[in-house]
Design a protein around this ligand. Structure first.
Ligand code: KG4
Ligand code: ZN
Length: 341
């Protein structure tokens, strides 16, 4: 069922520890406007365990989704008084990949809505959603980006490079062979005694540290493939911490470790993405996923892309659309329908 100009859709995201709902207006394959959106995070639930516990995450999704849906729907009908459920072209939800118990809650809620409102149901790929979040970058003004593009999806569950040849077509050209970059941020944060979620806490600590204090390895930087590896880097921090045992409680030392780890991880992410962009003659580089919220990563990309000739355009979604959200699910769902036969 092809979308016509100015369609609405409702989207749900529950793949990990964020319950999110969004209602968007879609004007074209590249022009998507948020009518209302909401998210409830579960930091307090998982903090005592130092990581996401799938069964507790699913329980929270089930508890939070109804109130969130009501709030997002009420906000939407205030903005668009004539918005009725039958005006929604479909109900989109994250089908995979993700934590199975969490995905099942999202699917059940979406199916219930679709059945009650008699609207079509649309399962959306989570990684395609992260790539689709680039279309929400305000500087694109709804006009999309030039193709081909190379997209780095860097999150807690994934670190992959894609060649994007059409807005609905992407091929994986590189991936992590072990840990995802976000996972490495989270594990190193835990080693440094930082609270969950680790990525943002590590970034904050790193701001006060010296990124050249420790020369951590840049795994697979010289390797010809476009693959990544972050497990060795995490272990290098572990061994350094062990060697520095007596001093590891010092704030300045922990800040230096955080900054040096972050510098090494970012160095590899940026270098491989720029290399992929040159190899595949990309006109656009997209950086998406939770780790793309990292300010140091964003500024390294902004700086180092200048060395490429010709210089591709850099598109990084706004910070709140880097971590899991339902706006990106709505955009990815709309793209699927725009290009459906
Ligand atoms: O995209 P996302 O919300 O969920 C997955 O699909 O995995 O990404 C979450 C990941 C976590 O590992 C989190 O620590 C990391 O993104 N993250 C960050 C920052 N904000 C979130 N990592 C580094 N710096 C940040 N500012
Ligand atoms: Zn994600």
């Amino acid at each position: 069922m092809k979308l016509k100009a100015k369609s609405y859709s409702l989207a749900l995201e529950t793949s990990c520890d964020d319950t999110a709902v969004a209602i968007l207006e879609h004007r074209s394959a590249t022009d998507h406007r948020v009518i209302s959106a909401g998210r409830s995070s579960q930091f307090a639930t998982h903090a005592p365990f130092g990581g996401v516990v799938p069964s507790l995450a699913a329980r929270d999704h089930a508890a939070n989704a109804p109130a969130l849906l009501k709030a997002v729907w009420s906000q939407a009908i205030k903005k668009i008084p004539g918005l009725l459920p039958r005006k929604l072209k479909h109900i989109a939800y994250t089908a995979s990949p993700g934590l199975m118990p969490c995905l099942l809650i999202g699917r059940t809620v979406a199916e219930t809505l679709a059945w009650t409102w008699q609207r079509p149901l649309l399962g959306v790929d989570h990684i395609a959603s992260h790539v689709a979040s680039a279309l929400a970058a305000p500087e694109l003004k709804g006009k999309g980006y030039s193709l081909p593009a190379v997209a780095l999806v860097v999150s807690g569950g994934h670190t992959s490079l894609f060649k994007v040849t059409k807005y609905n077509r992407m091929t994986e050209i590189g991936r992590t062979v072990d840990d995802a970059a976000g996972e490495a941020f989270d594990k190193v944060a835990r080693l440094l005694g930082l609270p969950h979620p680790g990525g943002p806490a590590l970034e904050k600590l790193a701001r006060t540290g010296n990124p050249t204090a420790f020369n951590f390895p840049r795994p697979m930087l010289k390797d010809e493939s476009l693959n990544f590896s972050f497990a060795g880097l995490k272990t290098a921090v572990l061994y350094t911490l062990r060697d520095q045992k007596l001093r590891a409680t010092r704030y300045a030392l922990r800040a230096d470790l955080a900054a040096s780890f972050q510098a090494a991880a970012i160095d590899v992410l940026v270098a491989k993405t720029l290399r992929a962009s040159q190899t595949h003659k990309a006109k656009t580089i997209i950086v998406a996923g939770g780790v793309a919220a990292n300010q140091a990563l964003r500024s390294q990309f902004t700086e180092r892309i200048k060395s490429l000739k010709p210089q591709p355009r850099l598109v990084i979604p706004p910070m709140d659309l880097c971590t899991d959200n339902a706006v990106m699910v709505a955009i990815a769902g709309a793209i699927m329908t725009y290009y459906s036969p």
